[in-house]
Design a protein around this ligand. Sequence first.
Ligand code: G6P
Length: 367
Amino acid sequence: EAAQKGGYPHFMLKEIHEQPEVFRKTIRPRLNNGLPDFSQESIPDDIFRECTHIQVIACGTAMYAGMVGRAIMEKELRIPVTVSIASEFRYDTPLMDQHTLVIVVSQSGETIDTLAALRLAKECGCKVLSIVNVKGSSIARESDYVLYTHAGPEIAVASTKAYMVQLAVLYLITARMALVRKKDSEEAVRAFITSLEKAPDMIEQIMALDETIRKQAEKLAFAHDAFYIGRGMDYAFSLEGALKLKEISYIHAEAYAAGELKHGTIALIEPGVPVIALATQDKIFAKTISNIREVKARDAYVILITKEGADVSDDVYDIHLEIPIEDDRFTVFPCAVILQLLAYYTAYAKGYDMDKPRNLAKSVTVE
Ligand code: G6P
């Protein structure tokens, strides 16, 4: 097992570090002359051209990847996207038909709720495109079309690299759809892809914050509760950040849309409570900072994540982590790594085996 860990103390840390490589492996074969191209996997453009609605279905981390997917798709494509939890969806009476493109996301391809939801979608007459990591898995076999993620085997129960490449594929689909639906010029799509291709380098750069994050995690290890706040896309990333922390450190962690704090959660903020605040979106930056001020005024311990050079005064945070990026649409990639490392080092400080957290399974094949 030590050999398999490749010198890392845990699979989870190894898998976090593999992200730049698996990201490149996942996107490169799908680029042709700087544009997204799924002709190798025989995915017809008609499914992208003709749909009027996108329905994403998944569980856990894969569902949170879907939430980021929704944010980027609605922004770029101006098409309604719904994200559903598979265990809910399978017992719903879904509102969809042959004009709905269903995107199923699953690392293992064996999650029973996701598989049941896929079958229901097919009964409704929808075409199903799945984003799956495990070749030949049930979900891959039963889907009309598959875009495999190339994360390689993910051993740690808490998903890291699989999430990263699910995002990469959702971004590629967005770009392909923008092209096919003529939402954007070829030049704009090319620029989008150029930014996407920079993500692995960004992830590598962010690893340099390792020591700073580890120190913060040592403090977080003493917390009973932690709050993750953000708005817009930042809210979608914070959901996954909070999930990572609860899964492996057993700290109660909740993600809240920062503007919603005042409707309840602010009551839980007391001196010293850690708040991981994401403010990477220009459009709502000032609003998010004013939400952060509200928790800071109640003496929360604020770990703030912004883009490099963001204009913030030092009285709104305790520690400020900056990500080297300009384009708001791509901030999820470095943010995900920060949140993964924060969860990893917190579990490490608590002495837990984060590769095999209690009560959780890598793949849930029973209902
Ligand atoms: C389990 C795993 C999670 C995963 C979820 C969905 O809960 O512990 O890490 O996100 O299942 O799994 P899937 O294989 O469908 O992505």
